[in-house]
Design a protein around this ligand. Structure first.
Ligand code: SF4
Length: 631
């Protein structure tokens, strides 16, 4: 088979047939396809438009935009939505375009999940690499963050092979599954233990597990001695973080935490899987550190059955080690990860008026949509939105460009999944015809670069050599230079035309800096010093969990899920307030949620309850753990 079709609406990249049904031969999605994929594309943009909806030709749009870009260079920014990140050609063309312009303001939502992980792994392993959870072989799995089944999105829904394999392992290998979240997972009958965790306290949950494991000596001393450094320092630094203190912050009992820690340490292969939302709190980076440290004390780091490095279809190691965040440009002291800043920093950059022009490809996450952001975007000299559908962004854009839907372009996905044990280098085929006037994002950028005709180099944080290379790449189609690059590597890769699945990673792959994993990188002290500990507030006694920004999940009515003890009736309209704002929403009652928790649906109004703050080490927006009240 030369080509395969993938849905590229979300990270699951399910294999689809021509009639949108799931492709049963796909080894990961196993015939699954979700309702998101079936939704019709409404309000399709078909022709370039100027401000106020006036239609124009591509030539007029590209020339008009490039004239303004020249004027505002280098105070321009790019925002790349997640659908751009799932297309290697569109992503690399964007990075080449941004660097050649000399701007460091390349924002994306890749950081919502992987940014803090890449950052902390870089400090502890020595280079940034997305470590995968080997969920299909582990003996003890602790799942944190959102339930993909409830989200109706993601790679880990029931019916997909991950869910099936985990259930199979439970039966055959007696694998134990623990979930820790603000409400039980929808498949709670398939888990052995659920802990109702206060939203936003996930890092303290892991800190508590770590502390009790160290105190009770539930650690693998030989692994710590032979493969790590800095353990003693960590023992000292964690002294103030007693099990009891961590458990109280999480709203759990100490014995609940110590029970999980004991079983985690005793399992032959164990892992903690940080699901969607895990990093969207005030201490996400510390959570990432504790996650890595727990796998290190139990000898489950960088090994099958635990968390491990998957080479992917192409071993990205040489590329990744060339992009350490130490030398990367910074925004607000947060280093760019894989040449991108987290979307959480977009608002602060706009607030400081560092941008005059912004090019947006796709949609911003729902949780960013606020009146404050709208006003900041309107104040820009140039706002260009390339999208396949109309939205609040296209309403305020100076130029709207019709962009290809993910199914209307062919792609090679260099790293198909960063959350499943898959090695793949798949081509995916253009699934349906491109509407007459729409273009893929990489082509739009290439044409803008051609209109811009850059000459000379002013200094930038990327350095002259890097910019020179980027300029050459930006002038050509990334589709062709990726293929040529892979041809050059053909000695080292198996460039099979379709899928190449391999559940095993290379067991001999072990390449941390100095052959040791570092428990106590310099960043750790700062993470602990600047830890934000939730304090009980009588004026805001509840904890808010704003819905994870799922693609296309916009709900029509704002709703919140609360416990019946609040004496509210189902469907009653109530006010939810935080120190930053107040909104009105309809009540859904559930005895399964914590009594001190308010969970929102995916409606943009809830962003008014957030202050637009981001986690200081990763730049991720903070969506979980804001203190609130209901009236
Ligand atoms: S889970 Fe994601 S990739 Fe799979 S069909 Fe749904 S939207 Fe597409």
């Amino acid at each position: 088979m030369d080509w395969l079709n993938y849905c590229r609406i979300c990270d699951a990249l399910c294999g689809l047939n021509g009639d949108l049904s799931g492709e049963s031969s796909d080894l990961i999605s196993a015939g699954y396809s979700c309702t998101e994929a079936q939704k019709e594309e409404l309000d399709r943009i078909l022709i370039p438009r100027k401000k106020y909806g006036q239609e124009c030709s591509w030539d007029e749009a590209l020339n008009g935009i490039s004239e303004q870009l020249k004027k505002h260079h280098p105070s321009i920014g790019l925002y790349l939505s997640s659908e751009i990140g799932r297309s290697s050609a569109d992503l690399f063309q964007s990075l080449a375009f941004g660097v050649s312009y000399g701007t460091k303001h390349i924002f994306s939502d890749q950081g919502l999940h992987y940014g803090p992980l890449l950052n902390i792994v870089e400090h502890m392993v020595g280079y940034p690499t997305p470590l995968l959870s080997d969920l299909s072989r582990t003996h003890y799995a602790v799942l944190l963050g959102e339930d993909p089944e409830q989200l109706h999105w993601g790679a880990h829904q029931l019916g997909q092979s991950y869910g099936e394999r985990l259930q199979h392992s439970r039966k055959v290998r007696k694998t134990k599954v623990v979930t820790a979240h603000s409400r039980p997972y929808s498949w709670s009958s398939g888990v052995d233990l659920h802990l109702n965790l206060r939203p936003g306290t996930e890092p303290f949950f892991l800190l508590g597990l770590l502390k009790v494991s160290i105190d009770k000596d539930w650690v693998d001393s030989q692994y710590i001695r032979d493969y790590t450094r800095g353990y003693r320092e960590v023992v000292e630094l964690l002294k103030p973080w007693t099990l009891e203190r961590c458990a109280a912050i999480c709203g759990l009992t100490p014995s609940e935490l110590s029970g999980v820690a004991l079983k985690f340490s005793r399992a032959a292969m164990a892992l903690i899987h940080p699901g969607p939302g895990f990093f969207l709190n005030k201490n996400g980076s510390l959570g990432g550190w504790a996650w890595m440290a727990l796998h290190m004390i139990s000898a489950n780091a960088l090994r099958p059955g635990g968390i491990y490095e998957n080479e992917g279809g192409v071993d990205l190691h040489p590329f990744l080690i060339s992009l350490p965040s130490k030398e990367a440009p910074r925004i607000d002291e947060v280093p760019l990860q894989l040449m991108q800043a987290s979307v959480g920093q977009l608002r602060s950059t706009l607030e400081r008026k560092e941008l005059k022009a912004l090019l947006i490809a796709g949609d911003l996450p729902l949780s960013m949509e606020s009146q404050a952001l709208k006003d900041q975007l309107k104040a820009l000299d140039l706002l260009v939105v390339a999208s396949h559908r109309s939205s609040w962004l296209t309403e305020i854009a100076d130029w709207t460009l019709p962009m290809a839907h993910p199914w209307e372009k062919s792609d090679r996905v260099l790293h198909r999944s960063s959350s499943l044990p898959v090695k793949a280098l798949p081509y995916t085929k253009q699934y349906r015809a491109l509407p007459k006037d729409a273009k893929r994002w990489s082509d739009i950028l290439q044409e803008l670069h051609r209109c811009w005709k850059p000459s000379g180099f002013s200094s930038s944080e990327w350095g002259a050599h890097f910019r020179w290379i980027a300029r050459g790449l930006a002038s050509r189609s990334a589709v062709s230079w990726i293929e040529q690059g892979l041809d050059l590597l053909k000695e080292n890769i198996d460039k099979k035309p379709g899928l190449w699945y391999e559940g095993e990673s290379d067991r001999s792959l072990w390449r941390p800096k100095d052959e040791r994993l570092d428990f106590a990188p310099k960043l750790l002290k700062e993470l602990l010093d600047k830890l934000s500990v939730p304090q009980y507030r009588s004026d805001f006694p509840l904890y808010l969990q704003v819905a994870y920004p799922v693609p296309r999940a916009r709900e029509e009515h704002p709703q919140v899920v609360i416990h019946p003890t609040h004496q509210k009736a189902a469907q009653e309209m109530i006010n939810i307030s935080t120190p930053h704002g107040s909104v009105c929403a309809e009540v859904i009652l559930s005895t399964e949620v914590r009594k001190d928790t308010v969970i929102t649906n995916a409606h943009p109004i809830f962003s008014e309850l957030l202050c637009g703050a981001y986690e200081r080490f990763s730049g991720n927006p903070i969506l979980w753990g804001e203190q609130c009240r209901i009236d």
